[in-house]
Design a protein around this ligand. Structure first.
Ligand code: KG4
Ligand code: ZN
Length: 345
């Protein structure tokens, strides 16, 4: 089953061709450089870029898969959550192509894509990974920090989420505060390796709360106070310590809630996805935790599958199509910028 999938939910124009779980081609036109000067994504600029890149991305994905649109069985597109003007570009293009070529259109939630990213395979069908339900999934990215129970291929239940900023967003903001580039997560990770995580005590978010929710606004303010209390010289001398201390507390907050979720939900496996899941220290600590719970953990098999991409949308779409979840009339689809996984699947 060949699917052409599109994701324009944020700052990447992403198009992929998949066959079941196999990724035949994956094209990503990143806008990171464009948004770097603003220290974050600038929505109207993102839309303009998506508009110029969407067609070249589709053509390139088809060319790399050595296919044309007529050979594709269905189209899939991210309908939300995401930036409204950005989502609109992908949704409109998918509708246009589905109408023109008379193909079914499969709407996919972006988080559902991240969850399915761990099951993407290369052209040779590797890695072979089995699904086992129920699975706990933990999506940690620049836009989301969500604990989701995955009950079967199309049934999800959100059990914890951020009340304000996402974990990746907190890392990005901390990086900006100390004059590092965007996206901040990978830069902080690199510098943190040389720093002392205990140099600066910072409050662990939501430590006293029994819920599975996250919050990073208090930590952000504490970090701001700390940075402002340092002289320019001190700040520059201790950049690595600042990164290590901030990263350590973000990871600690994620692990505390993950442990709580694993204790209160009997699951067969854990899936961790989203941009932040590429962090090596985080992976190490999660691996240690799941050993205690005696369950398997799956991370995206390749780096490109951790951050935004359309291959993961294609994998999710395949299972939705199998369950009959697709639109015969593409005009029924609209973007849902605040889509909520438990409701819209
Ligand atoms: O999944 P993603 O590409 O976009 C969203 O859907 O939000 O995630 C991007 C986020 C950014 O906040 C970035 O700083 C963070 O993932 N990130 C990392 C690492 N690589 C990317 N955070 C920590 N460590 C990393 N290695
Ligand atoms: Zn994402």
């Amino acid at each position: 089953m060949l699917i052409l999938s599109i994701d324009t939910s944020c700052d990447e124009t992403a198009v992929a061709v998949t066959k079941q779980r196999r990724v035949l081609s994956n094209v990503l036109f990143s806008q990171i450089k464009l948004h770097q000067q603003y220290g974050g994504v600038y929505p109207s600029l993102a839309k303009r870029e998506h508009l110029t890149k969407i067609e070249p991305a589709i053509n390139l994905a088809l060319k790399r898969a050595r296919l044309n649109l007529k050979q594709i069985k269905a189209l899939a597109v991210t309908f939300g959550p995401g930036l409204p003007p950005a989502l609109e570009v992908g949704v409109n293009k998918a509708k246009e192509l589905a109408n023109k070529y008379q193909k079914p259109l499969i709407p996919v939630d972006h988080i559902e894509g991240h969850i399915n990213s761990v099951f993407a395979q290369n052209k040779a069908g590797k890695p072979v990974r089995d699904f086992s339900f129920p699975t706990l999934t933990f999506i940690i990215s620049g836009g989301h920090t969500e604990l989701v129970l995955w009950q079967n291929h199309i049934k999800y239940k959100i059990i914890g989420q951020t009340l304000d900023d996402a974990a990746g967003e907190a890392l990005d903001k901390a990086a900006r505060l100390i004059g590092l580039g965007y996206p901040g997560g990978p830069i902080i990770e690199r510098l943190a390796k040389k720093g002392n995580p205990n140099q600066y005590p910072l409050p662990t978010p939501m430590l006293q709360h029994k819920s599975l929710d996250f919050s990073y606004s208090g930590l952000k303010s504490a970090f701001k106070r700390l940075v402002y209390s340092l002289s320019e010289k001190e700040k520059n001398q201790h950049l690595a310590d600042l990164c290590a201390s901030f990263q350590a507390v973000v990871i600690k907050s994620l692990l505390i809630k993950l442990n709580l979720a694993l204790r209160s939900n009997k699951v067969k496996a854990l899936i961790v996805g989203g941009g932040v899941s590429d962090n090596k220290e985080l992976r190490k600590q999660i691996r240690r935790l799941v050993k205690q719970h005696q369950i398997r953990v799956y991370f995206p098999p390749l780096k490109y599958l951790t951050t935004d991409n359309a291959a993961m949308i294609g994998v999710a779409a395949y299972y939705k199509y199998q369950k009959g979840i697709y639109l015969k009339n593409p005009d029924q689809l609209d973007r849902i910028p605040r889509a909520n996984l438990d409701v819209y699947v």
